[in-house]
Structures are given as C-alpha cells and as structure tokens.
Write a protein that binds this ligand. Structure first.
Ligand code: SAH
Length: 347
C-alpha cells in the first residue's frame, strides 16, 4: 500500500504549497509542513502539531516521510562515532562523527557503495548499489549534529563528503543536500565549513566551478604520475592527470579557492624522490595544499604505509617549494571508521 504513496521529502516547498491549494486549503500550510520536514526533522505527520488532525490524516493518506535510521552506533576510544545508517529501502551506509578540541566534523556518505575501484579503499569492494537522495545525505548531517549536541555539548561545525561513494558521481543530489544544509530553512550552516572530496572527475569539477560554489574542494590525488595513479586508482586511465589538472586550474580561476590534495604515501608505490618531485610540479599548477593521510589498512596486505623517513622527505620537499603540507593522523581506527575503512567489516 505504501508503495503508491509519494515521499513528501522529494517535493519542493512550492510543490507542497500547491498540494494544499489543490485541496482548497491555504498555501502557507505548505510552509509549515516544509518546516516540520526539514528544520524540525519530523518523521511522522503526527508530530506536526500546528496542523489540524484532519489535514494530517490527508497527508498521511497521500504521502510517506522517508527518513534514515541510525541502526548501530559505535564509539571509538578517541571519541569518534561511527553510525550504520539504514535507508528506507533497507540498504546501509556509514557516517562518522569526528571530534577535536574545538570542532565536530561529520563525514558523510553520498552513495551506497562506490563505482570507482581504488585498490586501497574498502568501500570500492562494495559495488555501487544506488545514489543517495538529498534527504538521505541531509539526514546523516542532522543525526550527527544531534549526537554532537548530546555527547559533546556543541553543534556540528564542519562537514566532509569523505564517506562512502564518489560525491561528483551523484552531483545533483549532493548539491541539493548542500543547499538544504546551508539554507536558513534547513541547518543554516556556512558553505565554507563544507568540503567535498573527489577522486577527480574533471567534467564535474568544471561544472562546480561554473556554478561558483562556495564550499571547499579536496582531491584524492595519491600520485601525480599517470602510470602510478592508474595502478592504484584505475579510473585514472579514463580521467588522466592532464584533464584533472586542467579542470583544477579552471576551478581556481573561477572560485579563487585553494585546493587540498589528499595523499597517502605507500612503500614501494609512491615513496621515491621521483614521486615527490612530480607532486611538487602538480601543486604548482593551481594554489593548493597537501594533506598527507595515514594509511588505514584494509586487511589485504597489498599496501603498506611508507616509512617515517619517506614522509619526512615529502614534507621537507613540499615546504622547500612553498607548498603547505599537513600530516593527518587517523581517527576511529579501532572501529573501522577511518578513511577508506567504511564497509571493511560489514557483514
Ligand atoms: N570518493 C571520494 C570520497 C571518499 S574517500 C574521494 O575519493 O575523495 C575519502 C578519502 O579517503 C579519499 O581521500 C580516499 O583516497 C581516502 N582513502 C581511501 N581508502 C583509504 C585508506 N585505506 N587509508 C587512508 N585513506 C584512504
């Protein structure tokens, strides 16, 4: 029976207003319902107490309110929380809350599984099942905001699209979710506190630049040499570094926003001076900084974190060339919540 009912959260405010008008009711009821659905995250029509019982019944007969459910929550010894998030059709994605002294960051998923095939990433082993809808992305953020208030006594401060999936392969829904997150009718967060991380889809990076988005861009680079990058991120054969570079230059010209490169250094893969020099050259095309990420093993032994001395060489050479470099320690490793570990031990 439910199948015939439409998900009301797939409607725009204007469409909900029209629904009320068509019922001979006042259009502003649509605004009230919209506020319940987004700002107040109502999961049932019964919660909408400023709407008459009769109208609530009408809504109930016509629509469903699809929403996520945090099915399981794991807490790491470092405070990180990993959520198994159940979607309305039973599929599961993961989201992570990462606390620091002053911030709470939400790491959210954009797809169920992933269509890319990065050899070092656990999510790549799950085939892509479907894209997340805007409300499913928005709900992950709301749930983490609530957890942040509950466990850390402060609201969520930052969002990174670094969970499962490739955000630029679900571009429209990711942008719609960001619209809701930043809108005063949603969470009212600043775009500046949001980072979209991509493996690098040149066409979509250019589109984003054209739309003059205000959020930050992070690119999972991992190598600035085509052969090496293709061997660990096979889709690089389709989107080679030349195209990525051109798109990133375009991004900078349009947005004037510095790009962050995420980069893991692995033993015998990208730990030679040649790899470092290639990265330095790549960083000079558009203003950027490098985030050296610790490798989180995914249990197959194919990849090993490079030695400290290799990391130091990276840092030193980048700094000598005036490129900002940070080293990021992993969080939530003990619960498989670190980068690339999502879905590692699922089922
Ligand atoms: N598809 C997007 C976002 C998800 S991955 C992207 O590729 O950017 C988020 C980050 O985790 C990426 O930088 C990715 O390269 C990195 N990552 C994936 N597997 C990892 C692992 N096992 N250890 C450390 N980082 C990993």
């Amino acid at each position: 029976m439910q199948q015939n009912k439409k998900d009301i959260r797939a409607l725009t405010k204007a469409q909900i207003r029209t629904f009320f008008e068509e019922q001979g009711d006042k259009a502003f009821r649509g605004n009230q319902v919209y506020e319940w659905l987004w700002q107040k995250s109502a999961h049932t029509f019964d919660e909408m107490t400023n709407i008459s019982l009769e109208t609530r019944k009408k809504l109930e007969d016509t629509f469903v309110i699809n929403h996520i459910e945090v099915d399981q929550m794991q807490r790491s010894s470092d405070g990180t929380i990993k959520n198994a998030v159940k979607l309305h059709d039973g599929l599961v994605v993961e989201s992570v809350l990462i606390p620091t002294e002053t911030r709470t960051t939400a790491c959210v998923s954009s797809q169920v599984g992933c269509s890319l095939d990065c050899k070092f990433c656990a999510t790549a082993r799950l085939k892509r099942m479907r894209n997340l809808n805007p409300d499913e992305i928005y709900d992950q953020v709301v749930a983490i905001d609530q957890q942040s208030r509950l466990y850390f006594d402060r609201p969520l401060s930052n969002i990174v699209f670094m969970g499962m999936g490739e955000p630029l392969m679900n571009y429209n829904n990711v942008l719609k979710a960001i619209d809701k997150i930043t809108s005063e009718e949603g969470l009212g967060m600043s775009q500046k506190r949001i980072t979209v991380s991509t493996s690098g889809v040149p066409k979509m990076i250019k589109k984003m630049a054209d739309e003059e988005v205000k959020f930050n861009l992070a690119v999972s680079l991992h190598s600035a040499i085509d052969d090496v990058r293709t061997s660990i991120m096979p889709f690089n054969a389709t989107f080679p570094l030349k195209d990525l570079r051109e798109a990133l230059e375009y991004w900078y010209v349009k947005t004037k926003k510095r790009i962050t490169y995420e980069y893991v250094v692995w033993e015998n893969i990208n730990d030679s001076q040649k790899d470092i020099d290639a990265l330095v050259r790549f960083c000079k095309f558009a203003p950027s900084k490098v985030n050296l990420i610790e490798y989180n093993p995914i249990d197959d032994g194919m990849f090993q974190q490079a030695s400290d001395s290799a990391l130091e060489r990276y840092q030193k050479t980048l700094m000598e060339n005036g490129i900002t470099v940070t080293v990021r320690k992993s969080r939530g490793k003990d619960i498989d919540a670190a980068c690339g570990q999502l879905a590692n031990k699922a089922n």
